[in-house]
Design a protein around this ligand. Structure first.
Ligand SMILES: NC(=O)c1ccc[n+]([C@@H]2O[C@H](COP(=O)([O-])OP(=O)(O)OC[C@H]3O[C@@H](n4cnc5c(N)ncnc54)[C@H](O)[C@@H]3O)[C@@H](O)[C@H]2O)c1
Length: 350
C-alpha cells in the first residue's frame, strides 16, 4: 500500500488532498496542529473515512516528532502544506511566521533527509515570492486590469521577497530546491496562485473567494478595496490535486524544479467579474462599500503554467463558472459549520 504524509492535512488544500488519496487507496498520515480556523471540522469530516487515515497532532516546529513519524511510516509522498498563511498575520507576528514557514519547512526537509530520503516531497509555496511586480506594464480595461505585453508570470521571473510572509515562504521555497541540489532529494516547489474550493474557511486576510461567498450567503456587507478591477488567476482545488499527482508521477523530470501553478490567463477573474458570476448563481446582490487601496495589492497576477504542461502534461480544467458554483453549493450546505467557525464578522483573524 502506498503511503502519503500531509503536513497541514486538516487545512483547506490538505483535507481535499487527503480525501483524494484515501479514495485512491493510500494510507494517509495527516499531521496538523489544528491552529487554523475550520481545521478541526475538516478533521471530523476526514475521520468518516476511518480506514487508512492516521491523524497526529504535530507542530512542524517540533523536528523530533516529525522525524519519528517519517521514520515509522516510510512515505512514498510528502505534501508539505502546513504554514502560517496570511500576510497580515506575518506582519503582526513575524517571529512566529518565520518559525512556522522557514524553520518548520527546514524541519520537514531534515526529517525527510534523515528519515524518509526515498520519498518525493512537494511544497506549497506562493506567488508572493515574486514580489510586487511593479516593473510589469499593465493596462486598465472595462472590468479588469491586464498585463500589457505578457500572458503570465512564469517560475523564471526574478524572485523578490516582500513582507515577512513573502520572506518566510521564499526561504522555505529555496531550501526545498536546495535539498534536491545538495542532498539529491526528490523535492518540488509549487508557487501557487489563488486556490479555491470546498472546505475552505476563508477570511478577509486569506481565501478571498470563500470569504466573499460566505459574506454574500450570510447577507454580510463587504469592503471592496481599490477599484475592484484587480485580477487573479484562480485554480479549483481539484486541479491543484491533479498537479500534485502528476508532478509526483513524473518526479524524474520535476525533481529540483519550481513551477508556477494557477488557473492561467484563461481562468482569471477580477473582483467585479467574480461578483457578477456569483450574483448570477445566487440571485443575490453584494452589499459592499468602496475602500482605499490596500498596501502592496497587486493589480494583476496571472500565472504562466506552460512549464507544468510541458513537464508533466498538466492543464487546469475547472472553469471559474463551474468551480465557483461547486464551492457555492458546499458553502450553502455547510452554513452551520461556517457560522460556528466564527469567520463571519471577522470574529477570528486566523
Ligand atoms: N489557498 C491558497 O490560495 C494558497 C495560495 C498559495 C499558497 N498556499 C499555501 O498552501 C498551503 C496550504 O494552504 P491552505 O489554503 O490549505 O491553508 P490552511 O490554513 O487552510 O491550511 C494550513 C494548515 O496548516 C496547519 N498548521 C499551521 N501551522 C502549523 C504548524 N506550526 N504545525 C502544524 N500544522 C500547522 C493549520 O492548522 C491548517 O490546518 C500553505 O502553506 C499556503 O501558504 C495556499
Amino acid at each position: 500500500m502506498k503511503k502519503i504524509i500531509i503536513t497541514g492535512g486538516c487545512g483547506f488544500i490538505g483535507a481535499n488532498t487527503a480525501e483524494y488519496y484515501l479514495k485512491k487507496g493510500y494510507k494517509v498520515i495527516v499531521l496538523d496542529n489544528l491552529s487554523r480556523v475550520g481545521s478541526k471540522y475538516n478533521l471530523q469530516w476526514l475521520k468518516a473515512f476511518k480506514d487508512n487515515l492516521v491523524f497526529s497532532k504535530i507542530d512542524i516546529r517540533n523536528y523530533k516528532s516529525l522525524l519519528k513519524v517519517f521514520k515509522e511510516n516510510e512515505p512514498d509522498l510528502i505534501l508539505h502544506l502546513a504554514g502560517q498563511t496570511t500576510v497580515t498575520g506575518s506582519i503582526l507576528n513575524p517571529r512566529e511566521d518565520f518559525e512556522i514557514n522557514a524553520v518548520g519547512t527546514f524541519n520537514v526537509l531534515e526529517a525527510m533527509r534523515n528519515g524518509a530520503h526515498k520519498a518525493t516531497l512537494i511544497y506549497s509555496s506562493t506567488n508572493k515570492v515574486m514580489g510586487e511586480l511593479i516593473d510589469i506594464p499593465i493596462q486598465e480595461e472595462k472590468s479588469r486590469y491586464s498585463f500589457k505585453n505578457l500572458k503570465g508570470i512564469s517560475e523564471n521571473h526574478p524572485l523578490s521577497f516582500c513582507s515577512p510572509y513573502g520572506c518566510s515562504k521564499g526561504c522555505g521555497d529555496q531550501y526545498v530546491l536546495d535539498h534536491a541540489r545538495i542532498y539529491k532529494l526528490n523535492t518540488v516547489v509549487f508557487r501557487q496562485s489563488c486556490i479555491y474550493g470546498s472546505r475552505q474557511f476563508g477570511t478577509e486576510e486569506q481565501g478571498w473567494l470563500a470569504w466573499l461567498m460566505s459574506s454574500l450567503i450570510f447577507d454580510q456587507s463587504v469592503s471592496l478595496y481599490g477599484t475592484g478591477k484587480q485580477v487573479r488567476d484562480i485554480l479549483h482545488v481539484s486541479d491543484l490535486i491533479s498537479a500534485f499527482d502528476l508532478a509526483f508521477k513524473n518526479i524524474k523530470t520535476t525533481k529540483g524544479k519550481a513551477y508556477t501553478i494557477g488557473g492561467g490567463s484563461e481562468f482569471s477573474v477580477s473582483i467585479i467579474e467574480f461578483f457578477k458570476i456569483l450574483e448570477s448563481i445566487s440571485g443575490k446582490n453584494f452589499n459592499y462599500s468602496m475602500k482605499p487601496w490596500r498596501l502592496a495589492d497587486q493589480k494583476v497576477y496571472i500565472s504562466d503554467v506552460s512549464s507544468a504542461k510541458k513537464d508533466f502534461n498538466w492543464i487546469p480544467k475547472v472553469s471559474p463558472k463551474e468551480g465557483i458554483k461547486d464551492m457555492y453549493d458546499w458553502v450553502l450546505q455547510n452554513k452551520l459549520l461556517i457560522d460556528k467557525s466564527g469567520i463571519l464578522n471577522n470574529k477570528t483573524k486566523k
